[in-house]
Design a protein around this ligand. Structure first.
Ligand code: CMP
Length: 396
């Protein structure tokens, strides 16, 4: 049972332990091996010389994924109160989705279908009598295997979903411009070049290469008016691409901010200084704080440096190197406030003693917060004064 639990932990896409990392490394290795076999298998000479080895490699990778698939399916049945919020295939599970029918439904999720094809696609195609080169092509499904482990791709999918309205708008504008450009080119060029511009469908090829600013140059307008048209279509193409890039970039930025905000909220609520203030203030503070993950033994800043932010310790511990000894600060405590208050250089070097999660508050935000929430800044100031007195005493 313990084995099963650790296997389950290993294939959980959100797990961080060693078993999970090993499992992911093995998956990446299998993907690389399998894809190399599929891709090289389309080179006629190689395919002829190493047909057996190539097919054996793809079958080996398929077998490994068949095992993994069986494991994920078997874990679907293992329910219980501590079920993770994602199922064995990495899809989110809502509380009301935990019945047997819903679990079977999970087998039809996109990632689960990828797993199915990755496990059985190549062997079944070979059994069905397809040519080995063609059968191996189904192994291309393996390229999708690492998707569930990539937070960046998950985020991309989210951004696309959230920005679908503006994206659809730009796409529509693109299609409108495309058709208008093709029609105009057809009207202007059909007499000069009946081959390339004799109909709207024929002119669409020119329109699409011009509007995307690809410009193969295989079809070019010959009349002066046609060239004028081409110029404006190219400019319109740049505008469309810029719009697309802008929408995606701002979508990414707000998605990142949202993710950081949610994380900060959880962490801020754990800091005693903020615990007593209401949800509104926590939200206000969470927006200002930037989470920073640090491993153990990392210098956060050094004595004598200029101070631009202070830090709250959400998890972990740091040591403050002081004359004649060191002080340890743990969860819920803060440091780096003195430089912000006095404008003097850092009075001490700070080092993490173990992996820690810090929340950074920048100078400008510290001032804004102090003005808006005097009770918070009073508490911080009081502690800073106590520390200053301690420093003076140490200095003798
Ligand atoms: P700052 O001077 O910005 O950078 C070093 C930090 O170490 C300082 O702010 C305080 O947050 C912290 N610090 C300095 N002296 C002490 C002390 N005596 N006890 C605990 N923390 C201290």
């Amino acid at each position: 049972l313990g084995r099963l639990a650790s296997l389950r932990a290993a294939i959980d896409p959100s797990a961080k332990g060693r078993a999970a990392r090993t499992f992911r490394a093995l998956t990446a290795g299998a993907v690389a091996l399998g894809l190399a076999a599929v891709v090289l298998g389309t080179v006629p000479d190689l395919a002829a010389a190493h047909a057996t080895a190539l097919t054996a490699a793809t079958l080996l990778v398929s077998a490994a994924y068949a095992l993994e698939y069986a494991l994920r399916v078997s874990l679907l049945r293992g329910g219980g109160a501590e079920r993770p919020p994602v199922d064995a295939f990495g899809e989110p599970v809502l509380p009301e989705e935990r019945g047997t029918a819903a679990r079977l439904g999970q087998l039809a999720s996109p990632l689960a279908l990828v797993d199915l094809v990755a496990a059985f696609g190549v062997p079944l195609a070979l059994l069905a009598g397809f040519q080995p080169t063609m059968a191996r092509l189904l192994g291309l499904a393996w390229i999708l295997k690492p998707v569930r482990y990539s937070r960046a791709l998950v985020m991309l999918a989210r951004v696309l979903r959230q920005e679908r309205e503006p994206l659809a708008g730009v796409l529509l504008a693109f299609l409108i411009t495309l058709l208008l450009a093709a029609t105009a080119a057809y009207l202007l060029e059909r007499d000069a070049q009946p081959g390339s511009f004799g109909s709207i469908p024929a002119a669409l090829w020119w329109a699409v290469t011009t509007l995307t600013t690809t410009g193969y140059g295989d079809e070019v307008p010959a009349t002066p008016l046609g060239r004028l048209l081409a110029g404006s279509v190219m400019v319109a193409g740049i505008a469309v691409l810029a719009l697309l890039a802008g929408i995606l970039a701002s979508g990414y930025a707000s998605e990142l901010r949202r993710r950081d905000f949610l994380r900060s909220w959880d962490l801020v609520a754990q800091v005693p200084l903020f615990a007593s203030v209401g949800a509104t203030t926590i939200a206000e503070v969470a927006r200002l704080l930037r989470p920073r993950d640090l491993p153990g033994g990392r210098v956060v800043f050094r004595r004598g440096e200029r101070g631009e932010s202070m830090y709250f310790i959400a998890a972990g511990e740091v040591k403050v190197r002081l004359p004649g000894g060191q002080v340890r600060l743990g969860e819920g405590e803060f440091f780096g406030e003195m430089a912000l208050i006095t404008g003097e250089p850092r009075t001490a070097t700070i080092v993490t003693t173990r992996a820690s999660e810090l929340l950074a508050l920048d100078l400008a935000d510290f001032r804004a917060l102090a003005a808006a929430r005097p009770e918070l800044s009073d508490a911080i100031r009081a502690e800073a004064e106590r520390r200053l007195a301690d420093l003076r005493e140490r200095a003798g």
